[in-house]
Design a protein around this ligand. Structure first.
Ligand SMILES: Nc1ncnc2c1ncn2[C@@H]1O[C@H](COP(=O)(O)OP(=O)(O)OP(=O)(O)O)[C@@H](O)[C@H]1O
Ligand SMILES: [Mg+2]
Length: 512
């Protein structure tokens, strides 16, 4: 007898339909065809054990399983349940009439218990697009899939439960999530708040500007000055995620298998902080079974590279393309996979190997030239994409105690939102540009026109500080954001002068 069940294969962050055909005939053996990888081939062992453990007999027959379409590579363990239910259908143990109404996926353990799978959200999206009635998944994935509207989601705990459900002999509770309510409820529920940071008004101001124009920034300061602490609070002052941004980010976490059982939507901006020993694939995505990397997990949020000069140069070089295109492309023998990767980069570094260059009270013990060499470990092209350099000096311990209460993130965020609204209006006819940091040279010239007085300030600064030409456009873009924070049409000398202070690393006196 022949039975057909339905599953999905994940390609990038999307799913495509896979049909599992099972034929049981006389003879002996178990064959699987249709481009399965090793993990899928091994499923026969798990599936047979799970079926027997669930109380069914597999007679000595020949079982052939075909995964179609044959040109898509089927990876992983998530087809176990699809195959098991297909076999039970072909054996006449399960009513196969129900099969074409559901997408059924899950990993089986030998006793028939279901284990979570990766990519439940895109699988559910695909099921709805195909007008399926519902989807049957492991319990742990149910909430993640249930954010898709107009699709019944059933989270099962074992194979027997699924078989009984399909035979109308038992029930599985339907998982229902009110997506919008869930989204609004947990929006801006950030763990870290700028109110915890004492003093550091100038650093907070610089980070506010970075958030307002979506400028990449680097924090430079001695150990213990609070760089990591400040960077962690960055997502809390960015504008709240929109529902569609939230869905994009959730889809990536779903594919990476990083959703917890109780999670349904990611509604706060992600903050990813990979260690400097991270591999290229870990950072940008890839691997034998392609997976999203840190830059995609940071999609719509912040990628924090702490101790920037310690990262391998090659890892930083591969960041260039995704930073420009806001997605990353991974090439495979027959296909290319794309993961979204639109993130804000916040980097941190000590100013020199000993950490105390430019420190107000402790002397730097580095030999001559060491400060420059340390900075040069960071690739130039990456540095080129960082608009704001922030020097962080530690708050003296005595002052930490008596500092006044600081502004909470929510107040800073309101100003950021207002500045972003001006930018949305400004770039409404440029679909690829959303904020000041993304302005091309042409747009920079158009929107950052300088008065004669400003031009003089700029020229004097370029000469006096020995700023390189590449600093010029960056200063203009940052000045534009500072003006937007004040809702000023014009860039004034005050705005420009402040923007000039955020180019410490370009000064030719740096490290001398
Ligand atoms: N301005 C501040 N307000 C409150 N606490 C602070 C402040 N600055 C530093 N701290 C405290 O000092 C700790 C160390 O800060 P943090 O780890 O962020 O420093 P860092 O600059 O990242 O140092 P390193 O270079 O060693 O990584 C923080 O966890 C925090 O408890
Ligand atoms: Mg740190």
């Amino acid at each position: 007898m022949l039975a057909k069940t339905y599953g999905s294969a994940i390609i990038g962050v999307n799913a495509v339909s896979v049909t599992v055909e099972v034929n049981v005939s006389s003879g002996m053996g178990f064959n699987m065809v249709g481009l399965p990888d090793n993990a899928v081939k091994e499923s026969s062992q798990r599936v047979i054990s799970a079926i027997e453990y669930s109380g069914y007999k597999i007679p000595g027959k020949r079982i052939i399983i075909n995964l179609a379409p044959a040109d898509i590579k089927k990876e992983g363990t998530a087809y176990d349940l699809t195959i098991a239910v297909g076999i039970l259908g072909a054996l006449g143990e399960v009513d196969s009439v129900a099969f074409d109404r559901y997408v059924i996926m899950g990993e089986l353990s030998l006793d028939g218990t279901l284990r979570p799978i990766k990519g439940a959200l895109p699988i559910a999206i695909e099921a709805r697009q195909r007008h399926c009635k519902g989807i049957i998944l492991p319990e742990a994935n149910a909430r993640e899939a249930a954010i898709v509207n107009n699709l019944e989601v059933y989270g099962a705990s074992n194979l027997k439960q699924v078989a009984d459900f399909l035979n109308n002999e038992g029930t599985i509770p339907q998982t229902i999530v009110d997506t919008r309510a869930e989204f609004t409820q947990s929006l801006n529920n950030y763990e870290f708040d700028f109110a915890d940071v004492k003093g550091q008004a100038n650093v907070k101001r610089a980070l506010e500007i970075a958030a307002a124009g979506s400028h990449n920034a680097i924090l430079i300061g001695p150990p213990g000055s609070g760089k990591t602490m400040l960077a962690k609070r960055m997502p809390s002052i960015l504008p709240p995620l929109t529902l569609s941004e939230s869905l994009e980010t959730t889809q990536i976490y779903s594919v990476a298998g990083k959703m917890r059982k109780e999670d349904s939507l990611i509604s706060i901006r992600p903050f990813r902080s990979p260690h400097h020993t991270v591999s290229d694939a870990g950072l940008c995505g890839g691997g034998t079974y392609p997976q999203p990397g840190e830059i995609s997990l940071a999609h719509n949020g912040v990628l924090f590279l702490d101790e920037l000069p310690e990262f391998k140069r090659t890892a930083l070089e591969v960041l260039r393309q995704p930073m420009e295109e806001r997605h990353v492309t991974i090439s495979r023998a027959k296909t290319t996979i794309e993961y979204p990767a639109s993130f804000m980069l916040i980097a941190a570094m000590n100013p020199c190997p000993c950490g105390y260059y430019n420190h107000p009270t402790i002397a730097c013990t580095c030999p001559p030239g060491a400060v420059h060499r340390y900075l040069n470990k960071v690739s130039g092209p990456l540095m080129d994409r960082i608009d704001i350099h922030i020097e962080v000096t530690p708050v003296p311990v005595a002052e930490l105690g008596r500092a006044l209460p600081s502004e909470p993130s929510a107040v800073i965020r309101e100003r950021v939102i207002a500045a972003r609204a001006i930018q949305t209006e400004r770039f409404k006819n440029n679909p690829d540009v959303h904020c000041n940091a993304q302005m091309t040279s042409k747009l920079t010239r158009q929107y950052c026109q300088l008065s004669d007085q400003c031009r003089n300030i700029m020229e004097a600064a370029m000469n006096r500080l020995g700023l390189s030409a590449r600093a010029y456009d960056r200063i203009l873009r940052v000045a534009r954001t500072i003006a937007d924070l004040e809702a000023s049409d014009q860039i004034t000398p005050t705005h420009l002068s402040e923007a000039i202070t955020y180019r410490s690393l370009d000064r030719d006196s740096w490290g001398k």
